[in-house]
Design a binder for this molecule. Structure first.
Ligand code: ATP
Length: 623
């Protein structure tokens, strides 16, 4: 593909970028972009990737590495880059999470670990803190290491606080070293993601050739949502890239810093500028939210968060657009019924699609929205806990399987055709154009045969399982594992395929048709319900936040800044309308009803009122 001259490059898809965004895209130095919600930070990274690839500033065959914090953010960025510069160039754009980047290094270079940190090939990932604590309990029975015990948080923090190899001097450090050894030597080895990152870092720090290989591979490194980087992640980034010729672009927003509880580094922006000499540049626009919502966000930026980086709405809006409400309800039942009626109106009369609406909760989704989800589904509006599906549906292998199913069973499936073929041309990466054409013909014959062999009305569990298997084997497990580093570990790949198959069968048994099952699986016509943390980076026409109550913000007095940012993130996901609900009563996790107050978080309510934008309404069924 012929490279575009740098001076002739223009942003893809007609986007008009503000001056600083254009500057960052073309800047050959390290940069840190700080900007509010909807400013186009992720879009800037996508455009910068297109620029570097289309102009060959990222010289073939070197690659761009984009690191995000969540699987769906990494996936969305990859999709945006594909759209902006096409399948072929975007193959040199690796968009992954910090955890999967570390895991890929570990899976690929496991044998380069020093002897006392060696692990078994079939290591298991212990996800629960309890699993790590049990090792401490066994090694030191006199101390209480239960998750809620006093020693637990310190123990867990210390477990991965230091770079490897571990210091063994002193009783506490000796104990920690012993536990690491017990976990590494278990059959199979037991690791958690933080340990994986420390081990990957050890590989890099002790193998100059691997480090050099990594740095030569990635001429450019992007860091999305950088405000949430933890000390461990930042250490890992520095071990991999600092001092290399690679160039870094980090984007973030300190008003959306909601991972301090998980160890996000308070001073990460300053550290990054000091360590890399990055130039700091702001962006001013908010392209997402309607003007009245931008005005509200600006008010809260100043009066709730004590900051001054105000945003300007996009001129595409009419000045009067954007609305925000606080709706007060007697109890959760009334809240559910009234929300149902309102949403039904929006869908039936205003033409909103269920996926234009998002229901958010701060935490404890079942407590705040479990009953609502059940009520909505029983009464004809589909809604579901999206947390359970996000990870599965952002897996390339899942999308490939689902879209081949659509090609077999749906009459018009041109989008599916494009997605599946993009997957196949990735795994048959060495194929020239002519071979790819032959592959396409062969693939269509394969689909035709499946249509013939598996009539819709004769499908059952066993046939669905066979179909999944045939579809995977068409691409070839070995090829899939070779092209997608995340799937190098076959246990992981098989786990995803099994989970997807189970969910497909479950949906099929519920809906009775294969298209119904596929639609249900991907969430077509379904309102997503999720926590604010999961909603980061996403946007919806209408956002409903359930539970603007002291009970939901139970740590507000201890940690007001993080809770204010969480509230700010929720509000800033909405393009046109946002509703906060307050229910005078709310059950706890055991179902016991408690009166709710809005005393501790009064400052939020006060500032919503002071903004002059928000309408407060008592809602009852008679309306
Ligand atoms: N230059 C632009 N012109 C028009 N629309 C844009 C531009 N940049 C971004 N957008 C649109 O604005 C919305 C927000 O963009 P994006 O998700 O990149 O913002 P962000 O800064 O990453 O937001 P957040 O931090 O809130 O997740 C998206 O719908 C995107 O397509």
């Amino acid at each position: 593909m012929k490279a575009i001259k740098t001076e002739e490059w223009i942003p893809a898809d007609g986007f008009e970028l503000e001056d600083n965004a254009l500057l960052v895209i073309k800047l050959p130095d390290n940069s840190l972009v700080l900007a509010g919600p909807g400013a186009g930070k992720t879009e800037l990274l996508a455009q910068k990737a297109s620029y570097l690839l289309q102009t060959n500033c990222c010289k073939f065959p070197t690659r761009i590495l984009a690191i995000s914090f969540k699987r769906d953010a990494a996936f969305n960025l990859k999709e945006r880059v594909k759209l902006r510069c096409g399948d072929e160039l975007s193959r040199r754009f690796d968009s992954i999470t910090f955890d999967s980047f570390a895991k890929q290094i570990l899976d690929r270079f496991r044998l380069a670990l020093p002897k006392d940190y060696g692990i078994s090939a079939d290591y298991e990932i212990a996800m629960k803190d309890n699993e790590t604590l049990t090792y401490y309990q066994n090694a030191d029975p006199d101390t209480n290491y239960e998750v809620r015990g006093a020693a637990a948080p310190i123990t867990l923090k210390n477990h991965t606080a230091d770079q490897l190899p571990l210091d063994k001097r002193g009783a506490t450090k000796k104990l920690r070293y012993g536990v690491w050894q017990d976990m590494l030597r278990a059959t199979p080895s037991q690791l958690n993601f933080k340990m994986i990152m420390r081990l990957a870092e050890l590989i890099i720090n002790t193998n100059p050739k691997i480090k050099a290989y990594l740095q030569e591979t990635y001429q450019y490194v992007f860091l999305d949502e950088f405000q949430d980087a933890t000390d461990l992640q930042y250490d890992f980034f520095k071990s991999c890239f600092l001092g290399s010729g690679s160039k870094y672009t980090a984007v973030g927003d300190d008003k959306q810093r909601i991972m301090l509880w998980a160890g996000a580094l308070d001073a990460v922006f300053d550290d990054f500028m000091k360590d890399t000499g990055a130039i700091r540049l702001p962006l001013k626009m908010n392209f997402r939210c309607a003007p009245r919502l931008v005005k509200l966000l600006n008010h809260l930026t100043e009066h709730l968060l004590g900051k001054t980086d105000f945003a300007i709405p996009s001129p595409k809006w009419n000045e009067e657009e954007g609305e925000c409400f606080v709706w007060v309800f007697e109890n959760p039942e009334k809240e559910t019924e009234i929300l149902f009626k309102e949403i039904k109106k929006w869908i039936e009369f205003d033409g909103l699609k269920p996926r234009d609406i998002c229901i958010l909760v701060k935490q404890k989704l079942e407590n705040y929205a479990g009953g609502l989800i059940r009520y909505f589904n029983e009464n004809g509006i589909k809604a579901r806990d999206e947390n359970a599906f996000q990870d599965l549906l952002t897996q390339e292998i899942s999308l490939y399987i689902i879209n081949v199913f659509y090609m077999i069973f749906k009459k018009k499936a041109s989008d599916s055709k494009a997605i599946t073929f993009s997957f196949l041309s990735n795994v048959f990466t060495e194929f020239e154009d002519e071979q790819l054409l032959r592959l396409e013909v062969f693939f269509h014959k394969f689909i035709k045969q499946l249509i013939k062999d598996y009539p819709q009305e004769e499908l059952d569990e066993a046939k669905l399982k066979t179909l999944v298997n045939l579809i995977v084997e068409f691409a070839g497990r070995d090829r899939i594992r070779a092209f997608y580093p995340a799937y190098k570990n076959s246990k992981y790949l098989n786990g995803i395929i099994t989970e997807l198959t189970e969910k497909l069968i479950e949906s099929y048994n519920l809906t009775g048709t294969i298209i119904g099952a596929l639609d249900q699986l991907v969430g077509n016509d379904t309102i997503p319900v999720m926590t604010v943390h999961k909603s980061k980076g996403l946007e919806y026409h209408t956002v409903i936040f359930i539970g603007l109550e002291d009970g939901a913000f139970w740590k507000f007095q201890e940690n007001p800044n993080e809770d204010k940012c969480t509230f700010f993130v929720a509000l800033s996901r909405a393009k046109e309308r946002v509703v906060f609900t307050f229910s005078k009563q709310r059950p706890n996790q055991y179902g016991r009803m408690f009166n709710q107050s809005i005393t501790n978080i009064q400052v939020i309510l006060t500032e919503l009122e002071n903004s002059g934008i928000v309408k407060m309404e008592e809602k009852s069924l008679a309306e």
